[in-house]
Write a protein that binds this ligand. Structure first.
Ligand code: NAG
Length: 289
C-alpha cells in the first residue's frame, strides 16, 4: 500500500524556486524600505533649516496661480512680512489700470482726512493725520466689485464684512502717526463689530518715504532686505515700502479674537513724490452699508 512518492522530485524543484521567490521578496522589501527611507528623508531635509519664529530673514515666496484678471500684471506672490503683527504683502495685487482707475474716481472728491474722536466716537480733524481722502461705496461698480472679491479671496473675510474702500493721498510731508485700526469706543463697533483686519493697497510708487511702519513689531526689524532704502521714520519699526499694485494685509486681532497691540502702524511722511493708497477695513461681522 505504499503511496507513490511523487512529492520528492517536485519538492526539490519547489524548494529552489521558493529560494528564488524568497530572494525576490526580500529584494523587493529592501527596495521598498530604501524608498520609504528616501521618501521620509525628503521633507525632513526641507524642514531641516529650522528658523526662529520671528526671524524676518525667512521670507516665504509663494507664487499664486495666474487668474483671468491679471493680464499684463507682474508676478503675483505673497510675502510673509511678520508674525507679530500678522502681516503679509501680496505683490502685484492690483493692475496698473485698477490703481489709476481708483485714483481717477477719488480725485475730484478728496477731503482732508479725519480721525475718530475717542470721547465721542465721531470724526474730527487731526494733526496726526494730514492726508486727504474719500470713500468709495462698497460694490460701487464692476471694477470695484472685482477688487473687493479679490480682497475677500485673499483674506478669507466675506465681502459683506468690508467697509467701503477709502482712497488716500499723501503729499510731501504728509503722514499718519502710528495708531490702531481697532476701535476703543462703543459707537463705532455698533455696525459690524470690531475691525479684524486691514488691506492697504498702494496705488502709486513713492520715490522716498511714505512707508507703512509697525513700530511695535516683534523681531529683528533691520533684517528686511530693503532696510537701507528706508527713511528715518521707516527705520523706527518694521516697514513696508509702497509699491504700485502691492497690497499689505495685517490683522488687528489675534486668532483668539483679542486685540493685537503689535498691529500699531503709521504712514511715514512722504519725502519725495506722491503717495496714493486705498484701504479696506474689515469687520468681525457683516457691515451694513
Ligand atoms: C538683525 O539683522 C541684521 C541684518 O541681518 C544683523 O546685522 C543684526 O546683527 C541683527 N540683530 C540682532 C539683534 O540679531
Amino acid at each position: 500500500m505504499a503511496k507513490p512518492r511523487h512529492s520528492r522530485v517536485p519538492g526539490r524543484k519547489s524548494s529552489s524556486s521558493t529560494m528564488v521567490l524568497t530572494a525576490l521578496i526580500m529584494f523587493t522589501f529592501l527596495v521598498l524600505i530604501l524608498l520609504a527611507l528616501g521618501i521620509l528623508s525628503i521633507p525632513s531635509s526641507n524642514t531641516g533649516n529650522s528658523h526662529k519664529p520671528n526671524d524676518l530673514s525667512t521670507i516665504a515666496h509663494n507664487v499664486v496661480d495666474k487668474n483671468d484678471y491679471d493680464e499684463g500684471v507682474g508676478e503675483q506672490w505673497v510675502e510673509v512680512i511678520s508674525w507679530e503683527p500678522r502681516a503679509f504683502v501680496y505683490h502685484n495685487f492690483l493692475s496698473k489700470e485698477e490703481c489709476e482707475y481708483l485714483i481717477d474716481l477719488a480725485k475730484p472728491h478728496m477731503e482732508k482726512s479725519t480721525v475718530v474722536d475717542i470721547e465721542t466716537g465721531k470724526s474730527k480733524d487731526s494733526r496726526v493725520r494730514t492726508s486727504s481722502g474719500t470713500f468709495l461705496p462698497r460694490g460701487r461698480d464692476k471694477i470695484i466689485r472685482n477688487i473687493e472679491k479679490r480682497i475677500a479671496d485673499y483674506t478669507f473675510i466675506p465681502v459683506e464684512h468690508g467697509e467701503g474702500l477709502q482712497v488716500l493721498h499723501y503729499e510731501v510731508g504728509q503722514k499718519y502717526e502710528p495708531h490702531y485700526d481697532y476701535f476703543m469706543d462703543e459707537y463705532n463697533t455698533q455696525n459690524g463689530g470690531q475691525r479684524i483686519a486691514t488691506v492697504l493697497m498702494y496705488l502709486s510708487d513713492v520715490e522716498e518715504g511714505g512707508e507703512t511702519v509697525f513700530p511695535a513689531a516683534k523681531g529683528n526689524v533691520s533684517a528686511v532686505p530693503w532696510w537701507n532704502e528706508l527713511s528715518e521714520c521707516g527705520k523706527g519699526g518694521l516697514s513696508v515700502k509702497p509699491k504700485m499694485g502691492d497690497a499689505l494685509l495685517f490683522w488687528s486681532m489675534k486668532p483668539d479674537a483679542s486685540l493685537d497691540p503689535s498691529s500699531l502702524h503709521g504712514g511715514c511722511p512722504v519725502i519725495r513724490g506722491n503717495k496714493w493708497s486705498s484701504t479696506k477695513w474689515m469687520r468681525v461681522n457683516e457691515y451694513k452699508v
